[in-house]
Ligand binder design. Structure first.
Ligand SMILES: [Zn+2]
Length: 258
């Protein structure tokens, strides 16, 4: 049986419709640099000044904590921090340092509803997360509590995870982990208070145990700060039998190269 091929006119109409959607988006969100707000020619494009201030995290870095080294200690070497205090997850990877224009992107996605930025941000994360992303069985976001979700309407981590799943072709698991305890915002809390805040805050959603048992997973969040939240989720995943957990965040709030 011949496969259905849309006629040229249908394709033209669809492409026109897509352009229309693009035009409407331009009206709602005129193209502006997400870093500083100056007008730019295209969506999700930085102005040259902001672009030059984005610091991508490249090797050499600690293979466990993903922290950039200021010198090359040789392949496979770990940071003193990873040796002294091994994390619950298997490794952390972040695309950029949480500063300058990259910090602006995180803020725009989270607080200004700029979900149109998520695809580009996920593209950067996709590169940082290889080869673990390609080898994983599923991609999960750090979940929001349902009352906060209702207030904010979307979960920035889930937006990033959804685009990562699309771009990498790996399964998106948005409901595998749930936030069972309403926590206060982590911003402004000490490392210790952050840990206490998210303790026992997450659980595997009933019936979703097979998503986790024996699986290689990628856990997605927007920013890695002290790691309290992703550690708490990783603990739940490991306890439920996850074989391997890579934490992948867009930005890392590090003091700088170590
Ligand atoms: Zn700019």
């Amino acid at each position: 049986m011949p496969s259905f091929k849309p006629p040229a006119t249908f394709r033209q109409i669809r492409s026109l419709a897509q352009n229309w959607v693009g035009c409407l988006a331009d009206l709602v969100y005129p193209p502006r640099c997400p870093g500083c707000g100056v007008a730019t020619g295209s969506h999700a494009g930085f102005c040259p000044a902001c672009w030059s201030r984005v610091r991508f995290i490249e090797r050499p870095y600690c293979e466990v904590l993903g922290l950039p080294f200021s010198y090359d200690p040789g392949p496979g070497l770990l940071s003193a921090q990873a040796i002294a205090d091994p994390p619950v997850f298997d490794r952390l990877r972040s695309a950029v340092l949480h500063e300058g224009a990259a910090r602006g992107l995180v803020h725009a996605l989270k607080y200004k509803d700029r979900t149109d930025l998520a695809a580009m941000m996920a593209g950067w994360m996709c590169r940082a997360g290889q080869p673990h992303l390609q080898a994983c069985d599923g991609i999960l976001p750090v979940p929001l509590h349902r009352t906060r979700m209702a207030l904010r309407k979307f979960n920035q981590s889930a937006e990033l995870a959804r685009h990562l799943a699309e771009q990498s072709g790996r399964p998106f698991l948005p409901s595998t982990v749930v936030r069972v305890k309403r926590t206060v915002r982590q911003v402004g809390l000490s490392a210790r208070a952050r840990e206490d805040n998210v303790r026992a805050a997450f659980a595997i959603s009933p019936g979703h145990e097979p998503d986790v048992w024996g699986k290689r997973l990628v856990l997605v969040d927007d920013v890695y700060t002290t790691g309290a939240t992703v550690s708490s989720v990783s603990r739940v995943l490991k306890k439920a039998g996850a074989a391997d957990v890579t934490v992948l965040t867009f930005a890392m709030a590090a003091a700088g190269p170590i």
